[in-house]
Design a protein around this ligand. Sequence first.
Ligand code: ZN
Length: 233
Amino acid sequence: MKTCLNCDEPLTGPFCHVCGQKASTRQINWKTFLEDLPRSLFNLEHGFWYTLKELTLRTRSALDGYVKGKRVLFFKPIQYAILGITVYTLLQAFNPLDPPAIEGLREENELYGTGYAVGKLIKDNLKFFWLLGIFFYALPAKLLFRKYNFTEHMVVCAYVLGHTALLACLSLPFYSVPIMFNPFIYLFMGVMYFRLFRDSVNPLGTFGAVIGHLLMCVFIYFALPIAYYYVFN
Ligand SMILES: [Zn+2]
């Protein structure tokens, strides 16, 4: 009997039922490499474009469906968050609008006034801080939207952070600020949570919960680095 070349399990179909590897594993050479290239590129893009499209057009059915198990076509949630945040951070870092916008922010924003060191700490670790949001933003979400368990909220949050970062890239030509200071991020976040948890009987209640969630997220995010700074310095 043929066995899986990856895990030695006897094969019963076109895919290994234990590890999922294809039963027909061909030798890697130029011919097979070039033959596989379009498919691997297309599949990667397919998952990404599909996720981007579904989250934009059908936020609720996409996210709710994913949580309930309709997952195979989607880009993985943490990967989506990392990708979106990386794209935003790179575009923002190389944006010629960047320096003046930061200067303006430093004068207006109290966070920068609290001490240059706190501002610098956030600025240097921005991407990392924002990714931690997958955990920290799920806390108020769990409190206000009881529909999912905590880890399901983390998955939703990963998609929301990735998606809002990608959408907010569109604001960069006009308005270039680090990700956590971009108001469009919070606007898109609110819209996505509203669409996902919209209660048709009580839309005003959902709206209130969305606003509460945003306020708690902003509080957590601006209190966190300050607390970190005072504990470790
Ligand atoms: Zn296997």
